[in-house]
Design a protein around this ligand. Structure first.
Ligand code: ISJ
Length: 361
């Protein structure tokens, strides 16, 4: 490299240093303003989290950017900035289905950013109990997978615990086969969570036909086992590889591409409308012909878009069911609130589980 080129690089790098300093100073200034808004909200008793304002910020920035800066990167940079500013107003402790480095942990970090504090729990029920008792502000639990369907333990927990849904997260699931050495020959058992083993069933049958599988509590627990035993392979997340210092044997061993899991954020209180929300209900129907049809007719009459309906048996009451209904809109929207009131009058059991911003992807 010629000396002129070298000095040009130095010059441009100096300019980048100046820009980084400006960005840092602006970040400090933004944080100070967010804290000030937090105090003003305390004085007026307003909720700290304002999803509508946050959505408007993203929309404005995307419009101004006009795809010059890669959009995904812009979103995650501002997501980290906004969650940090929000958390400066009110700290968030997040309980999740642990141990460390599960997909639920990854989903939690995707939602709350790196500034929140995270608390691994052993089971989904523990996450619900933790939030209901107010020991932790929020909880993150898986609710459905695009291939394996509903996570029944999560749905059933809504029947037992009084918590509200505050948000949803979608995470594309990429399963990695990992072990200590990174050599497939060292693997004598493949451990993972039942859902992960099921999602990689064909790959395992084709590529490791004589290696037995071992079902454990979570993908994080499987990664921990693999870290402790050189002959155990685990199916685990990318975060688990870093956390437990494991080597990748094969990346992306799931049988279907586009394998996505939806997670729910639970807390004491749903947020205010964001302008693009989902409302969830848990209802029991009257024991008479056409009772489900009556509910669906209300949705049609009120022009409410039903996103999902799922039934779960009521424990201890043979052949009796509760229904989970997801609708597009917020409980503060006129249509939704009127529709829900009409549904409540027709049901033997009715519970509003929450209204929350829909996930972006
Ligand atoms: C700073 C505020 O509080 C929170 C943080 C926001 C931000 O960092 O931009 C936006 C909305 C709120 O969730 C605010 O309400 O303006």
């Amino acid at each position: 490299m010629t000396s002129t080129k070298k000095s040009e690089i130095v010059q441009v790098r100096n300019r980048i240093d100046e820009i980084d300093n400006t960005i840092l100073n602006l970040l400090k200034e933004r944080l100070a303003h967010a804290k000030e808004i937090g105090k003003l909200k305390d004085d007026s008793n307003r909720a700290k989290w304002d999803p509508l304002r946050e959505r408007q910020i993203y929309e404005r920035l995307f419009n101004q950017n006009q795809t010059i800066f890669p959009e995904d990167a812009l979103r995650s940079i501002f997501h980290e900035i906004i969650t940090t500013c929000r958390l400066s107003q009110r700290k968030a402790e997040v309980a999740y289905l642990g141990p460390e480095a599960t997909f639920t942990h990854l989903a939690g970090v995707k939602y709350f950013g790196h500034s929140a504090s995270y608390k691994p729990m052993e089971t989904i029920i523990d996450v619900f109990a933790e939030v209901e008792k107010g020991r932790t502000n929020y909880g993150v639990v898986p609710v459905e997978n695009s291939i394996e369907g509903a996570v029944s333990s999560t749905l059933d927990s809504f029947m037992k615990y009084k918590v509200q849904i505050c948000g949803e997260i979608q995470l594309e699931i990429c399963h990695n086969l990992v072990c200590r050495s990174g050599n497939i020959e060292d693997i004598q058992t493949v451990a993972s969570h039942a859902q992960a083993l099921a999602q990689c069933r064909d790959w395992l049958r084709k590529n490791l036909p004589s290696v037995p599988t071992l079902q454990v509590f979570s993908t994080g627990a499987a990664a921990q086992m693999a870290a402790n035993n050189p002959n155990i392979g685990a199916i685990a997340s990318s975060l688990a590889i870093k956390t437990h210092e494991l080597q990748v044997v094969v990346k992306g061993i799931e049988d279907y591409r586009g394998n996505t899991t939806r997670f729910l954020v639970i807390g004491p209180q749903s947020p205010s409308p964001s302008g693009n929300d989902r409302t969830s209900l848990l209802i029991g129907l009257m024991d008479r012909p056409g009772s489900l049809n009556e509910i669906l007719t209300i949705l049609t009459e009120e022009q409410i878009n039903l996103a999902k309906i799922e039934s779960r048996p009521i424990k201890g009451k043979q052949w009796k069911y509760l229904f989970f209904l997801d609708m597009l809109g917020h409980i503060n929207d006129e249509q939704i609130s009127r529709g829900c009131e009409r549904i409540r009058e027709l049901c033997s059991y009715y519970e509003w589980l929450g209204s929350y911003p829909r996930s972006e992807s």
